[in-house]
Design a protein around this ligand. Structure first.
Ligand code: ZN
Length: 332
């Protein structure tokens, strides 16, 4: 993982803060529970004194039956659990509530870095700390179907209403999340401005982040800025290395979201780099989600045939239509 020592320390400090918060949170819950259920304090005392006596025994005797201690501890733990239950407290009330249960907020899982650590690197490298805040507001639990009219278009009575369509779209996206990463599917969300494409991308990003995947969210202009600096960086070694690291994550993260494709300044270089990026991720079996105002016809016109072909054949098309939600929000 090539990040600078300074970046590494910054992330480690965040992990220190997390562990501290978890510890304080646990201590506060223990205090509260012991006030509510005095018997808990007594059980905790028995657990502590049993451990001390066995430790002493193990120093004075050659063989000590630690199985006995385990049985005793288990019985006391069950007793605690039933006391919690009787007082309407959850069974894990007296256990630490880690940010990441996999690594217990150490950043290390097994013989390498935990998935949460990799996401922390991504968020630092691409200044994505805004993402978490945005995803707290924009996710499936805040998704509002009411913005989509349930009225047929008289010119196209065979077409689903915007409401029926978005219901189906959300269902397909949820199935995509459920199968992630095994299906290695890619998504192309398209539709006019203001129909909720970015909101839907955020919903997907939130679910996949919560599952512990690495997600990078970039607008098309941001993505191409990184690619350009990677290709043409004549800067010092350090800046070059940083561009290389960023590029590596772009090609390798579990989900890359390219928001608003078509808003970048387009030329043949951009087009070839876009192909390189989506093709490379395709070969590595990593999912990419692209949102755009462009129709398939416009994609064919604005980009190369091979990009069109890749998107047409290997991306799940998700069309959203309806009124401009931004205008609706003002009017409602
Ligand atoms: Zn972790």
């Amino acid at each position: 993982m090539s990040i600078t020592r300074e970046q590494y320390n910054l992330i480690q400090r965040e992990y220190d803060r997390r562990r501290l918060r978890v510890r304080h949170d646990l201590e506060a819950r223990i205090k509260k529970a012991e006030e509510l259920i005095p018997a808990l304090k007594e059980i905790n005392g028995r657990i502590a004194s049993a451990s001390v006596s066995y430790a002493k025994l193990s120093l004075s005797k050659e063989s000590v039956d630690f199985e006995e201690l385990q049985v005793l501890n288990h019985a006391l733990a069950l007793e605690k659990e039933s006391l919690l239950k009787a007082n309407n407290l959850p069974a894990d009330y007296l256990k630490p509530h880690y940010y990441c249960a996999l690594c217990k907020d150490t950043g290390i899982a097994g013989s390498g870095y935990c998935r949460c650590f990799k996401q922390a690197v991504v968020e630092l490298l691409y200044s994505q700390s805004f993402l978490r805040q945005r995803l707290r507001e924009e996710n499936f639990s805040t998704f509002c179907f009411d913005y989509y009219e349930n009225i047929k278009n008289p010119l196209h009575p065979e077409q689903k209403t915007p409401y029926e369509n978005i219901k189906e779209v959300v269902g397909r996206c949820q199935a995509y999340i459920k199968n992630f990463p095994y299906s290695c599917e890619n998504i192309l969300i398209y539709g006019k401005t203001g129909v909720g494409k970015t909101f839907l991308s955020n919903c997907i990003a939130k679910e996949l982040l919560d599952q512990g995947n690495t997600v990078i969210y970039l607008s098309a202009p941001q993505l191409f800025e990184i690619i350009e600096s990677h290709k043409f960086s004549k800067a010092q070694e350090e800046a070059k290395e940083s561009a290389e690291t960023k590029m590596r994550y772009i090609l390798d993260c579990d989900l890359l979201i390219i928001d608003d494709l078509g808003t970048e300044f387009n030329n043949s270089f951009i087009s070839s780099q876009l192909y390189y990026c989506i093709n490379e991720r395709f070969l590595r079996q990593k999912s990419t989600l692209i949102s755009t105002n462009l129709s398939f016809e416009e994609i064919r016109k604005n980009y190369s045939d091979r990009i069109y072909s890749r998107l047409f054949h290997d991306y799940m098309p998700v069309k959203i239509y309806g009124d401009d939600i931004r205008i609706k929000k003002v009017l409602l």
